[in-house]
Design a protein around this ligand. Structure first.
Ligand SMILES: Cc1ncc(COP(=O)(O)O)c(C=O)c1O
Length: 396
């Protein structure tokens, strides 16, 4: 067979495949071969979507709500998003400041496309969610990475950000609670960062994907600050909050010109998010919210178990996650043993020898950590952590 060289557009070389998706594929391949893999790679709730939400989608089907909707989402859903955000956080968005997207990833991609010019800088704290770097690069922007303090739970301060701001800084992007570290920015520090960015005309983008999953603090949105609507951009998602990863509903809250620019882009790209998923999303946002608390309580129970187990493993350093459902242990104690010199080596050997899938820290900008998702059952957590413990003990 001859291989034909295909000249792909240069811009596609600016991004690489999501490494979290790669881990999922490697674990899945083993599983299909009949191997008993414990999967800590998946960043999605193991809970089913609550019944009332599923019922709303079924009803939408019965009602033949199966046609195009406006590209930026139905008026009904935009109203429900603004209402929920107002109830939860005290904001006052109008529907022309809101857009519905095909998941949270989509809104972040679109925001970068409509805001970032070639050479514009986007400040991103490390560790960061895997997608940020690629979507900024794809828009022609420049990522400016800011280290956080691992010893203090990967904390970030306004003082750490300030030296990285330049005349080209367009956006400071904050994800709290953080994927992958579970770190949470205190309200006080978030407000200081807001003062810093808004005083310099820089957008503060807040990825609120895990906002409802906080263990110690009450959920808040920095968009509720006075002047927040002009200076803050919210990237939101229903994926984790309502266990709706497959439904693909996210949203953006931003100044109206930003929203209408995304609307234009979306009108030529995806058109509307799936009509019946939009009806389900209205029910998620307006219906009973108890399921969120039930999930949070279960995540807390699992977090406590995972952290206690990791703390008992000699040489492993771990910060207690304050939100989301990930633990991000420093596993550099394994370096120099069994040919392991990086988190990537560690993850490959762990999957190969102990049949446990974790995501290597390189995906998130650090090379001494792995991400363990505890959005899985206690039984699976026990099985996987037993294997990790044995793997570490047997390293020579
Ligand atoms: C930090 C963060 N933001 C946004 C998303 C986007 O999620 P989705 O596209 O499923 O809404 C994810 C998903 O893993 C995430 O971890």
């Amino acid at each position: 067979m001859t291989t034909v060289a295909i000249a792909l557009a240069e811009r596609i070389s600016l991004i690489s495949e999501s490494s979290t998706m790669k881990v999922a594929a490697a674990a899945d391949k083993l599983r299909r071969q009949g191997v008993d893999v414990v999967d800590f790679g998946a960043g999605e709730p193991d809970f089913p979507t609550p019944d009332n939400i599923k019922e709303a989608a079924v009803q939408a089907l019965r009602d033949n709500f199966t046609k195009y909707t406006p590209a930026g989402g139905t008026q009904e859903l935009k109203e429900a998003i603004c209402e929920r955000h107002a109830k939860d956080y005290g904001t006052a968005y109008k529907t022309n400041e809101c857009i519905v997207t095909v998941g949270g990833k989509h809104v972040i991609f679109n925001l970068m496309q409509v805001l970032v010019n070639p050479g514009d800088e986007v400040v991103i704290p490390v560790p960061y969610w895997v997608t940020y770097k690629d979507v900024v690069n794809y828009a022609g922007g420049k990522c400016v990475f800011v280290d956080t303090d691992e010893d203090a739970g990967f904390t970030l301060t306004a003082g750490m950000i300030a030296p990285h701001l330049t005349s080209r800084t367009k956006i400071v992007l904050i994800n709290s609670p953080s994927n992958p570290s579970g770190g949470v920015l205190s309200r006080e520090e978030f407000e200081k960062i807001y003062q810093l960015t808004s005083s310099r005309g820089i957008f503060l983008m807040t990825d609120e994907c895990y906002c409802r999953f906080l263990y110690d603090e009450e959920p808040f949105s920095i968009a509720a600050m006075p002047g927040g609507k002009e200076n803050v951009i919210v990237a939101g998602s229903l994926s984790k909050t309502y266990a709706m990863t497959g439904w693909r509903i996210g949203f953006g809250l931003a100044p109206a010109p930003v929203i209408s620019a995304i609307g234009k882009l979306q009108s030529h790209m995806t058109s509307n998010p799936t009509s019946i998923a939009q009806k389900a999303a209205v029910e998620a946002l307006r219906g009973p919210q108890e399921s969120v608390g039930v999930m949070l309580a279960e995540y807390r129970r699992r977090r406590d178990y995972v952290i206690a187990r990791l703390r008992a493993m000699s040489g492993v350093k771990i910060n207690e996650p304050k939100g989301a459902f990930y633990a991000y242990p420093n596993i550099s104690v394994a370096f120099g043993k069994n040919g392991i010199h990086s988190a990537m080596d560690f993850s490959e050997k762990l999957l190969d020898q102990a049949k446990v899938a974790v995501v290597p820290g390189e995906a998130f900008g650090t090379d001494k950590h792995v991400r363990i998702s505890y959005a899985t059952s206690m039984e699976e957590l026990k099985r996987g952590l037993d294997r990790i413990e044995t793997f570490l003990k047997e390293l020579r």
